[in-house]
Design a binder for this molecule. Structure first.
Ligand SMILES: CC(C)(COP(=O)(O)OP(=O)(O)OC[C@H]1O[C@@H](n2cnc3c(N)ncnc32)[C@H](O)[C@@H]1OP(=O)(O)O)[C@@H](O)C(=O)NCCC(=O)NCCS
Length: 184
């Protein structure tokens, strides 16, 4: 009998930071400064971070900020050896569910112009490029591509998102997009 380790997505805790930073150093050209996650978790009330565990071991993470009516994706990453198995999709879906819960109306993010893999992932959720910030990334002078979702409550967005959600089998991600905006 093959044992399939259980996948769960949960809120990031302080104890998770060291592993998250280890993954981050592996997959990002410019990892966040050492204290960034600790201050995000303890001081930023607009922020929400989560981790994806496989059999208890963290293999990915992601974060979002609520800014006015928008949810800004601040980061998303999957351990290099575990990429292209659908985990990034599960994490991104979990962020979007969180954006609904936060009462956001749109989701936005910035991605390096060379990061076609990530852009394809966002496009599958219906995100579109709406502009660029020239030379935004100071480590290599690369442009940032700015991407936006449609309204989270647009029927076409919800239908597409619902279809993606139905293909995800991860504890902590599931159900269907909320029907209405939460009360303000
Ligand atoms: C971007 C990132 C989070 C995506 O994570 P991921 O787990 O690889 O994403 P997914 O597996 O859900 O989907 C990505 C691709 O894998 C493919 N895929 C999904 N499940 C698959 C499977 N079981 N077998 C083979 N391929 C699969 C998808 O079709 C998709 O392919 P495509 O990009 O060619 O269209 C990950 O590549 C990463 O951490 N990159 C480094 C950090 C980074 O760039 N973050 C984004 C900053 S904006």
């Amino acid at each position: 009998m093959q044992v399939v380790p259980r996948l769960t997505i949960e809120r990031m805790r302080h104890d998770d930071i060291a592993t998250v930073q280890q993954i981050e150093r592996e997959i990002f050209l410019s990892p966040w400064p050492r204290n960034a996650y600790a201050s995000e978790l303890s001081q930023n009330r607009q922020a929400f971070y989560l981790v994806l565990r496989q059999g208890g071991v963290i293999i990915g993470y992601a974060g979002v900020w609520r800014v006015a009516h928008e949810a800004h994706v601040t980061t998303i990453g999957v351990r290099a050896s575990d990429q292209r198995h659908g985990y990034g999709t599960a994490l991104f879906a979990a962020l979007i569910l969180r954006a609904y819960e936060m009462g956001a109306r749109w989701v936005t993010l910035e991605v390096r112009a060379s990061n076609l893999h990530a852009m394809r992932l966002y496009e599958r959720f219906g995100f579109k490029e709406i502009g660029r910030r020239r030379g935004y990334y100071t480590d290599n002078g690369e442009d940032a591509v700015i991407m936006w979702s449609d309204s989270l409550h647009a029927p076409a967005f919800k239908q597409r998102f619902g279809g993606i959600l139905s293909g995800i089998d991860v504890a902590g991600v599931g159900g269907v997009p909320p029907l209405e905006y939460p009360a303000p």
